[in-house]
Design a protein around this ligand. Structure first.
Ligand code: 5GP
Ligand code: ZN
Length: 118
């Protein structure tokens, strides 16, 4: 079972922001911005390559609600999903990064230095 499926089952603890029957939002363990949230479907799909229109339709509303919940909907934020090796995807369970809480630099996630670029 993948690490995010274990988080869904509460076998690994996480700091949950919002949850419903189909989706979970929790704080990234290694934040790259003042607010760095991961949003995942509870149904395991490996990446955006396997995302269906049905998942995405409901996920869109869920992510919008997450942004409202942490009060970055007005100030703005960035949504990222990494796909595969070149995309820098480490966890093979579809997830969207929601980054905000400061004016963000435009750089690759793994290149960003949280101390100085925003
Ligand atoms: P990726 O590189 O696959 O797009 O992003 C994976 C993200 O998952 C990384 O930002 C990493 O910090 C986060 N992550 C990995 N393991 C855990 C964990 O056990 N708990 C939480 N909350 N985040 C994790
Ligand atoms: Zn999974």
């Amino acid at each position: 079972m993948c690490i995010f499926c274990k988080i869904i089952k509460h076998e690994i603890p996480s700091n949950i922001i919002l949850e419903n029957d189909d989706f979970l939002a929790f704080h990234d363990i290694n934040p790259k911005a003042p607010i760095h949230i991961l949003v995942i479907p509870k149904l395991h799909v490996d990446s955006f390559n396997e995302a269906t229109p049905k998942i995405m339709q409901n996920m869109t509303t869920f992510m919008q609600n997450v942004a409202k919940e942490v009060h970055i909907d007005k100030s703005g934020y960035r949504v990222i999903t990494n796909v595969g090796d070149d995309g820098g995807q480490e966890v093979k369970h579809l997830h969207f990064h929601l980054l905000g809480g400061a004016k963000l630099a435009w750089s690759h996630l793994s290149d960003s230095d949280p101390k100085g670029k925003f």
